[in-house]
Design a protein around this ligand. Structure first.
Ligand SMILES: Nc1ncnc2c1ncn2[C@@H]1O[C@H](COP(=O)(O)OP(=O)(O)OP(=O)(O)O)[C@@H](O)[C@H]1O
Ligand SMILES: [Mg+2]
Length: 299
């Protein structure tokens, strides 16, 4: 298991897991926990259908939850703008030499078709925020797994783009200078991918969120494997929706089934801190409910 930079507090806490297991709830509770310690915390979401403000029980586009805690929901549009500002004109300058396409279409195409680009720029944005140091910590609420894991593939994809580039560009009759500039842009992309991976490995604390149901537990193994293959470790496991009251036959049987999965989790991931979060009889939403979750997650 990797740990964030030895000695230093992780700059970013990220919550990953399959759809609907409680990532946003845990992220929001964690942000409240840190904000309550007098720090300036930021809860940021890179889910294309974000729900942070909903979970906090606030109207969309709210920035300040309370003094010391801000939220930011990064949409596709913002990512597109970020990409545009940092790389768009450079790449367009080269492409427009041989493809007749207007600039907005080009940006929309690049940011929607090129796999991993959005994720890459989200990681890059969070890395920059962490380096600025305005917020400590940053709590990062991600989209369900498939999309999040895509971001880990980005360096490999960029490597592939780099491998292809000389072949493509050597056939294009641009001046030597034009060829030089596109290779330069691609080299910068690779540098960026490496910086993003280093950031994920050293400054980010990963919490895996799951529920004690067979399917969710089955799927965990693959996710852990995928993380390991990228040199990333999970620091903690949160098991959410655990039935703690058994005052009916229904709940007793539910708890029994969950018990089997909880034992599996403890056997397989016993080397990790495992935190259980009970299933509440109501939807965990709003500051009060989240504070209760925070007390349980950070006893
Ligand atoms: N322990 C709990 N008890 C009761 N309700 C919960 C609990 N944890 C989460 N919820 C509720 O379950 C719903 C899903 O939780 P949440 O949005 O945090 O999951 P998610 O993993 O972020 O989902 P998505 O993958 O869609 O982003 C929310 O309405 C939340 O209020
Ligand atoms: Mg969510």
């Amino acid at each position: 298991m990797t740990a964030p930079e030895s000695g230093a507090d992780p700059a970013v806490h990220v919550f990953i897991g399959k759809g609907g297991v409680g990532k946003t709830t845990c992220a929001a509770a964690t942000a409240l926990h840190f904000a309550g310690r007098g720090e300036r915390a930021l809860a940021i979401s890179t889910d294309p259908t974000p729900s942070l403000s909903h979970i906090f029980g606030l109207p969309g586009h709210t920035r300040e939850v309370r003094p010391g805690l801000e939220i930011l929901e990064l949409g596709l549009e913002q990512v597109r703008r970020m990409w545009d500002e940092r790389f768009g004109r450079d790449v367009y300058a080269v492409f427009s030499a041989f493809v007749d396409v207007d600039y907005p279409t080009f940006v929309a195409f690049m940011t929607s078709v090129l796999p991993g680009l959005n994720e890459e720029f989200m990681v890059d944005h969070i890395r920059r925020l962490a380096e600025e140091g305005t917020y400590r910590p940053i709590v990062w609420d991600t989209a369900p797994l498939g999309q999040t894991l895509a971001l880990l593939e980005t360096p490999a994809l960029l490597g592939e783009h780099l491998r292809m580039a000389p072949r493509i560009y050597s056939r294009i009759r641009t001046s030597g200078e034009g060829r030089e500039s596109i290779l330069e842009v691609l080299r910068r992309w690779q540098g960026l991918a490496e910086a993003c991976m280093a950031f994920l490995r050293k400054r980010v604390r990963f919490t895996m969120v799951t529920i004690p149901e067979a399917l969710a537990v089955d799927q965990l193994e693959g996710v852990f494997g995928e993380m390991r293959s990228h040199g990333l470790g999970v620091d903690r496991l949160v098991v959410n929706n655990v039935v703690k009251t058994e005052d009916s036959e229904f709940l007793r049987r539910k708890a029994e089934g969950q018990g089997v999965q909880l034992r599996r989790l403890r056997e397989t991931y016993g080397d990790l801190p495992i935190q259980e979060l009970p299933l509440f009889p109501y939807e965990l939403r709003g500051i009060e409910g989240l504070e209760e979750a925070a007390r349980l997650l950070y006893p």
